[in-house]
Write a protein that binds this ligand. Structure first.
Ligand code: IPM
Ligand code: MG
Length: 362
């Protein structure tokens, strides 16, 4: 197959990790006889420096033309003056919104070889396999913001339609998993959460009667996620709760550097990015963990290009690298790990060893 993939390296370690994932995608293309055309554009701080805008029109137009977008990370101290009116993060929020990517899938499955990197006791981690579906284009992130000399406010707003569509996505995913959905809200305090709970309950009852639905308040969910992570299958929640809970959930896997994500809308065009940030402290040193971005590339093949075998092949290759103890510093005991390039090379080597093309396609 032929596909156009837009690469948005962004800031900090973004260029290093996206370069690693592109190498892996090129290897997959070659192995399976696909043609992936890569185009690269600016976003975030790099775009602000070059054009004054965090999401230049040219970048958005390229995203709208592409079959899928692979993104590194945005942000950094250079652009984080609290008084700044233009910020790198605005670029990321704007592209998610402009492409209508309302469902952010964040799978968390600790790898047996990396359990030691997690601060959680290993016996709590075996068998953990959860998928957080974070609502991505609504809520407090996008509500009206106000600032006066002595006060500030951020409006949290959700419509019925916004809650319905993300609930459907979560339930559809649960149907091909263990059939359980946990909806997370703060319905004891927030009006948006009361609406959230009502809509989720109705959608599940009317459209997904086979799904086992549970509601949790976000504060107690934060606790349960560490105390009994194995209990959960699909977790669906609003934008900010999902942001916070997935950073927490990354500790189950041992490092933020292992968690990929897919942001999807109604069409197959999606945006794929690691859940970690731009890590300015280690940028440019060749030591960033590329696995989360490589695994995001696997999600890209699965969700935007329909290449399930190729996606699994990348996931198996990353598993193989971890099985062989190829750990970057964030995963290695004592912090002495291999660099980005060595980790990428280990994945490429595993691709050669483990992934047999099922057939050649054009
Ligand atoms: C994430 C990040 C972003 C978010 C930031 C960089 C705007 O934390 O993707 O989780 O809050 O959505
Ligand atoms: Mg986050």
């Amino acid at each position: 197959m032929q596909a156009d993939i837009l690469v948005l390296p962004g800031d900090g370690i973004g260029p290093e990790v996206t370069a690693a994932a592109v190498q892996v995608l090129r290897a997959v293309a070659q192995r399976y006889g696909h043609v992936f055309r890569f185009e690269e554009k600016l976003i975030g701080g790099a775009a602000i420096d070059a054009t004054g805008e965090p999401l230049p029109a040219d970048t958005l137009a390229a995203a709208q033309r592409a079959h899928a977008v692979l993104l590194g990370a945005v942000g950094g101290p250079k652009w984080s003056d609290p008084k700044a009116t233009v910020r790198p993060e605005q670029g990321l929020l704007a592209i998610r919104r402009a492409l209508g990517l309302y469902a952010n899938l964040r799978p968390v499955k600790p790898h047996p070889a990396a359990l030691g990197a997690s601060p959680i006791k290993p016996h709590l981690l075996t068998g953990v396999d959860l998928m957080v579906v974070r609502e991505l284009t609504g809520g407090i992130y996008f509500g009206q913001k106000q600032r006066t000399a002595d006060s500030a406010s951020d409006l949290c707003e959700y419509s019925v339609a916004e809650i319905e569509r993300v609930t459907r996505r979560a339930c559809t995913l649960a149907q091909s998993r263990r059939g359980r959905v946990t909806s997370v809200d703060k319905a004891n305090v927030l009006e948006t959460s009361r609406l959230w709970r009502e809509v989720v309950t109705r959608v599940v009852r009317e459209e997904f009667p086979g799904i086992e639905l549970e509601h949790q308040l976000v504060d107690s969910m934060a606790m349960h996620l560490l105390a009994k992570p194995r209990e959960y299958d699909v977790i669906v929640t609003e934008n900010m709760f999902g942001d916070i809970l997935t950073d927490e959930a990354s500790m189950l896997a041992g490092s933020l550097g292992l968690l990929p994500s897919a942001s999807l809308g109604e069409s197959t065009v999606g945006l794929y990015e690691p859940i970690h940030g731009s890590a300015p402290d280690i940028a440019g040193r060749g030591i960033a963990n590329p696995y989360a971005t490589i695994l995001s590339a696997a999600m890209l093949l699965r969700h935007s290009l329909g290449l399930e075998n190729e996606a699994r092949c990348i996931e198996k290759a990353v598993d193989g690298a971890l099985d062989n103890g190829v750990f970057t510093a964030d995963l290695a005991p004592g912090g002495r790990g291999v660099g980005t390039q060595a980790a990428t090379a280990a994945v490429l080597e595993q691709l050669e060893l483990e992934c047999q093309p099922v057939m050649m396609r054009d």
